[in-house]
Every structure is written in structure tokens, then in C-alpha cells.
Design a protein around this ligand. Structure first.
Ligand code: NAD
Ligand code: UDP
Length: 355
């Protein structure tokens, strides 16, 4: 497979790659763009700003090796010149956001992934998919190894995302087998950190914003369901290590922090870290909410040399500092994610420095 690597004088002669990050204005994607630029790569970020925002990438817009294209991946994407790597993170990840337009979410997962796989095929670029622990559904096997095929309700409210991501994995491995595209699949478990949306709806951002505002902490169900939380810096390092691993390592690889805790425990940890007196308010459990979730990460540890290193306390402190700053500057947690779609087939290129 052809590699288009250039020697980059900015980076002590190290090989520099030209990389597309779809979904690069979102929470994880913007951290990934930061990290790739710091490493000396050239980054093209494509995003329709559904749940991402320019605020996340604003500091990068002046970077000479960064460009932004406002584009919806459900439309084919044309990129001038060569591409070495494609990271596909384009998809809303928070249940309230992906359930708001379920048909749109399914199309993003399936049509969007296929469009980016076609681009990878045309450019002989390596493709990495941000898949999810949701492919395991409400798991009957605990903790979850990659070999577990999952327990997803195909007709429930979460299915647009869960089944969309499962279909995307199918497409990826078929493009690999049929067209020889180099592929990598990361099954990401719950990840948190700075740049989640204030009104994101996910548990860590909800609890931190509520605690900082002295509002009730909304625990769904009895709060005894579990999740395992990974700080975003650890996750981004894992995505990069997977992308640069030998071609034979396609995955899927679980990437997540195996430290499992109940939702009530995370609520109490957030209260302790914020020194907040907010009460817990128990609300109904959403339909099909998985009872428990914990990754087996032996494959990532043994084959990629990756394991998370940031403790929950340290990660929460960084997250709380971020939300405290956002609340102080915006004054409200309710800044709605913008929905500004480019006209189909006409991506808008924002050159560095023009915003
Ligand atoms: P996010 O919502 O902050 O980021 C998703 C980004 O994709 C946003 O910038 C959004 O505007 C963009 N996007 C959505 N639909 C698009 C479309 N049709 N065309 C172009 N751009 C589009 O979420 P995140 O937490 O940063 O998640 C990033 C990726 O990682 C997602 O694919 C998600 O499924 C996956 N993931 C995240 C987690 C997590 O805990 N954060 C867990 C598992 C998987
Ligand atoms: N949750 C909660 N209160 C909230 C938001 C979420 O108790 O304000 C629960 C939710 O029911 C789930 C867990 O926290 O059991 C994680 O939810 P999230 O939406 O962050 O991610 P996912 O369900 O996709 O793992």
C-alpha cells in the first residue's frame, strides 16, 4: 500500500503525515487534532458542527498545518492531494443527541463511514474507526472482551447508534477484505474530559455542571448501573498508537479504562471533587440503558503497548476546571450545539488564519 509521507522540517526530519480527522471539531476529535499537530502532522478537520463547535478548534485555525472543512460525511468528501490517514470520529456520541435524529445518526454511521472508506480507497490512506462499547449492547458477558458479539436490541431507541456502529464495523472489514483498505477499529468505552458540551447529556458533563451550579445531580435508575471512565488524553494516545501500529493489527481493540464504578459512585466522586452540596435526585432509567460495562484491554496492552494512566481523580479535576471556566465565561450551561450544515457536495474550506 502506498504511503505518502513527507519529511517535515518542523519536526526534526521526522516523517510527517497528511491526516483527515472527520468529527475533528468534537470533544475527542479536537484533542486528537491538537495531538497530531504537536507531533508534526498536517491535519484536515472535517465536521458539520452538529455536536462539535469551532470553539474547540479555534486556537488551531491559525496553525499553518491545519485546515477546517465544514462538511457532512453523509455527502461524499473530496480532498485535494494525498492523504495518509483518515480518523473517522464523525457521529454524535451522547444518547440525547444521537436519538434526536435517529435516522440521521444511522446514515452518519453507515453512509458517512462508507463515504470515508471510499476516500481511503481512492487515496490509499489508512482508515481508523471510532467504534464503541455500545456494539456490546447490554452485555451478558462481563467484563467485555473483543470476541464478545454483543447483545443489542435492534429496534430500541439506542439502536440507531449501536446498530449503526455495528454496520460500520461490517463495512470496514468488508472494505479491508474486498478492496485491501488498511483498517483499524477502536471500540471506545466511556471517555470524558474538557471540551465535552455543557449540555451534552452524558453523565460526567451533566454531574460536573450540576455540582458546580449547586443543582440536583440527576442519577438515572437506582444508580447501581456501572461504567468505566477513561480520560480523553489516555484515549487519544491509544487512538494514535493503534493508527500507527503494524498493518496486520486491524482490531477491533477495546480502548477504555477498566476501573469500573457505579453511577452513584461517580456522582459522589464529582461531589467530593467540587466540594458541592448538591443533592442526588433519582430519575427514571432510560430504556435499554446497559446495566454494566467494563473493557478487557489485554489486546491493547499486549499488542499496542497501551494502557490508561490518568486516575479518575486527576481526570475529574481537569474536567471540573474546564467546566468552571466555561460557566464563568458563558454564564450558562445551555449553549446549544450549532446546526449549520454545508450545502451537499459543497464543502467549505476554512484556511488557517481566516477565522
Ligand atoms: P462529539 O459529539 O463531541 O463529536 C462528534 C463530532 O462529529 C462532532 O464534532 C460532530 O459535529 C461531528 N459530526 C456528527 N455527525 C457528523 C456528520 N454527519 N458529518 C460530519 N461531522 C459530524 O462526540 P465524541 O465523544 O468526541 O465522540 C467522537 C467519536 O467517538 C464518535 O464517533 C463516537 O461515536 C465515538 N465514541 C465516543 C465515546 C465517548 O465516550 N466519548 C465512546 C465511544 C465511542
Ligand atoms: N446517567 C445518569 N444521569 C445523567 C446522565 C446519565 O445517571 O444525568 C447514566 C445513564 O443512565 C447511564 C450512565 O449514566 O447509565 C452513562 O450514561 P452516558 O449517557 O454518559 O453514556 P452511555 O449510556 O452511552 O454509556
Amino acid at each position: 500500500m502506498t504511503m505518502h509521507m513527507r519529511i517535515d522540517k518542523r519536526n526534526g526530519g521526522r516523517c510527517s503525515r497528511r491526516i483527515l480527522v472527520a468529527g475533528g471539531a468534537g470533544f475527542i476529535g479536537s484533542h486528537l487534532c491538537d495531538s497530531l499537530l504537536q507531533r508534526g502532522d498536517t491535519v484536515i478537520c472535517a465536521d458539520n458542527l452538529l455536536t462539535g463547535r469551532l470553539y474547540n478548534i479555534r486556537p488551531l485555525l491559525n496553525h499553518p498545518a491545519f485546515s477546517f472543512i465544514e462538511h457532512d460525511v453523509r455527502d461524499p468528501l473530496h480532498v485535494e492531494g494525498s492523504l495518509d490517514r483518515i480518523f473517522n470520529l464523525a457521529c454524535p456520541a451522547s444518547p440525547p443527541h444521537y436519538q434526536k435524529d435517529p435516522i440521521g445518526t444511522m446514515k452518519t454511521c453507515v453512509v458517512g463511514t462508507m463515504n470515508l472508506l471510499e476516500l481511503a480507497r481512492q487515496k490509499s490512506a489508512r482508515f481508523l474507526q471510532a467504534s464503541t462499547s455500545e456494539v456490546y449492547g447490554d452485555p451478558e458477558i462481563h467484563p467485555q472482551p473483543e470476541s464478545y458479539a454483543g447483545n443489542v436490541n435492534p429496534i430500541g431507541p439506542r439502536a440507531c447508534y449501536d446498530e449503526g456502529k455495528r454496520a460500520a464495523e461490517t463495512l470496514i472489514f468488508d472494505y479491508h477484505r474486498v478492496h485491501g483498505v488498511e483498517v483499524k477499529v477502536a471500540r471506545i468505552f466511556n471517555t470524558y474530559g474538557p471540551r465535552m458540551l455543557e449540555n451534552d447529556g452524558r453523565v460526567v458533563s451533566n454531574f460536573v455542571v450540576q455540582a458546580l451550579q449547586g443543582a440536583p445531580i440527576t442519577v438515572y435508575g437506582r444508580g447501581d448501573q456501572t461504567r468505566s471512565f477513561c480520560f480523553v488524553d489516555d484515549l487519544v494516545r491509544g487512538l494514535e498508537m493503534l493508527m500507527e501500529s503494524p498493518a496486520a493489527l486491524t482490531g477491533p481493540f477495546n480502548l477504555g479504562n477498566p476501573q469500573e464504578m457505579t453511577i452513584e459512585e461517580i456522582a459522589r466522586e464529582v461531589l467530593a471533587c467540587t466540594q458541592s452540596a448538591s443533592p442526588l435526585r433519582f430519575e427514571p432509567l432510560p430504556k435499554d440503558d446497559p446495566r454494566r460495562r467494563k473493557p478487557v484491554i489485554d489486546a491493547a496492552t499486549e499488542l499496542l503497548g497501551w494502557r490508561p494512566s490518568i486516575t479518575l481523580r486527576k481526570g475529574l479535576e481537569a474536567t471540573i476546571a474546564y467546566f468552571a471556566m466555561r460557566l464563568a465565561t458563558t454564564g450558562s450551561p445551555s449553549e446549544a450545539p450549532r446546526r449549520r450544515l454545508a450545502k451537499p457536495g459543497r464543502p467549505r474550506l476554512t484556511l488557517a488564519g481566516s477565522q
